[in-house]
Design a protein around this ligand. Structure first.
Ligand code: RI2
Length: 325
């Protein structure tokens, strides 16, 4: 611990490291883990005064906030717990923070179930869905359709560089959904076999732009050109309130070794210190609203251009971050 930084529970540091390393990943899963970590921080606090307790919670939230910059579900979870925490004594604050975190996590699960039922209404018996990356909100839609007795098949994009398409394929096979796994380069060829493109989101901006795993925007443009509907499954915690006041969503740039190992680099350059070869590895891209047919949330299905109405209703005017004070 540095001199004036409050203690952060080791469990919070472990969660933060797991989020950074993407052992915990996916926007909803990250939000859930962040809320759980704040609850742990509150439970394990040894603070002697309410002010010290609040400072510890803020420090824990800051540590979690700094892990990954793009999925707004993370700061939305932290804000929910910190802004809703209330009490005069340490004990009151502790139980209030824990209750807030538990409420957030329960709402998250409920929202995903409701969203799934709404998204499933779009899927007809026998439909083929093309997916990108791994999204639990997308899978909730497919699971609900299966529970309604519909037969659904999937074309699953591998999703370089981390191949999260494999996680999607594994889940779908567990549900006995027939899966065709393709490399990203084969997308256009296989779009003709798809009835829907169904993707998740890490953040949705006030103008209806969808920030999701790199490759989503190209997929959406191609699907639009072929008349295949592009549907985004995203709980309302993916709505980015700061974009209502003109802020942009930061796109995370990840390490080059996810794309090119040190050995591969040396094979190309013959000298691994060669600075003439640059590898860019953005984790996300932005799909403009004109390439998206619908955003499915737990509050219903929205045309992307109207999502700002829901954003205002849920988040109102934004103020400073609770972990900065
Ligand atoms: P759910 C993931 O990001 C993907 O981009 C996915 O579409 C999105 O989070 C939403 O996931 P990453 O953490 O919340 O793999 O729907 O970089 O599970």
């Amino acid at each position: 611990m540095s001199d004036d930084r409050p203690d952060v529970a080791p469990a919070v540091e472990e969660t933060a490291e797991s989020i950074s390393a993407m052992e915990i990943r996916g926007a909803a899963t990250i939000a859930d883990a962040a809320a759980a970590a704040l609850a742990t921080q509150a439970e394990q606090s040894d603070a002697a005064t309410p002010a010290a307790f609040r400072a510890q919670l803020r420090a824990a939230a800051r540590e979690l906030y700094e892990t990954r910059p793009t999925a707004v579900s993370l700061p939305n979870a932290l804000r929910y717990v910190l802004r809703g925490m209330d009490g005069e004594t340490v004990a009151e604050l502790q139980s209030s923070a824990v209750a807030r975190a538990e409420r957030f996590r329960a709402d998250l699960e409920q929202a995903q179930d409701t969203l799934g039922e709404i998204g499933a209404n779009r899927l007809r018996d026998g439909d083929v869905v093309m997916t990108h990356c791994h999204s639990t909100d997308v899978l909730a839609c497919i699971e609900a359709a299966l529970e309604e007795g519909k037969h659904v098949e999937a074309i699953v994009k591998e999703t370089r560089p981390r191949k999260q398409g494999h996680i999607t394929a594994a889940q779908l096979r567990e549900w006995d959904v027939p899966v065709t796994l393709i490399v990203d380069n084969a997308t256009r060829r296989y779009l003709d076999d798809a009835d829907h493109v169904l993707v998740g989101a890490d953040s949705i901006a006030a103008d209806g732009s969808v920030v999701n795993k790199i490759g989503t925007s190209g997929l959406a443009v191609n699907a639009r050109e072929r008349g295949i509907p592009v549907v985004v499954a995203a709980q309302t915690i993916k709505l980015h309130p700061d974009t209502m006041t003109g802020h942009t969503v930061e796109i995370e740039m990840r390490d080059e070794t996810e794309v090119l190992s040190e050995g591969e680099r040396a094979e190309i350059t013959g000298d691994d210190a060669d600075e003439g070869l640059v590898v860019e590895n953005p984790a996300f891209d932005v799909t403009p609203p004109r390439h998206v047919d619908a955003i499915v949330t737990e509050r219903g299905q929205f045309p992307p251009e109207s999502i700002v109405t829901l954003m205002r209703e849920l988040f109102g005017e934004t103020t400073g971050e609770p972990w900065e004070s």
